[in-house]
Design a protein around this ligand. Structure first.
Ligand code: ARG
Length: 122
């Protein structure tokens, strides 16, 4: 519960950091860093609750069991709702639907057809 998280002073988030741009790792001065928009999201979440963030990186397939056994408090891993998963865990409201688009001018419709056509000359 939220009260338990506040009492222990940490929000333990489980993720499979192999899924850019959701969550992935980079190396900075030899140190592994977690990055991605869900990493930003849970950093802010821990801040809002007023606790320290702890990220546990694991196989995607281990996440649900880790949550059920209390090893982690939350999963943030680009995990979609399925009726099977809903049997064992509780999903939050959607924060990202995955439907994102670039938009271009209609008059460029036939010119901007692939990555190459974005070289500035078209
Ligand atoms: N969206 C897919 C699912 O819910 C795959 C998510 C994989 N996520 C990851 N962090 N590897 O099953």
């Amino acid at each position: 519960s939220l009260q338990r998280i506040k009492q222990k002073g940490t929000l333990v988030v489980g993720m499979s950091a192999d899924y850019p741009p959701y969550e992935f790792t980079t190396k900075e001065h030899g140190k592994t860093k977690y990055v991605g928009f869900e990493v930003s999201l849970v950093k802010q979440l821990a801040k809002d609750i007023g606790v320290k963030l702890v990220i546990k990186n694991m196989d995607f397939d281990s996440l649900l069991v880790a949550l059920e056994t209390g090893k982690i408090d939350v999963i943030a891993s680009g995990m979609n709702i399925t009726s099977e998963r809903k049997k064992s865990v509780d999903f939050s409201d959607t924060y990202y639907s995955g439907d994102s688009y670039f938009l271009i001018n209609k008059s460029d419709k036939d010119k901007l057809v692939n990555a190459k056509s974005f070289n500035g000359k078209t």
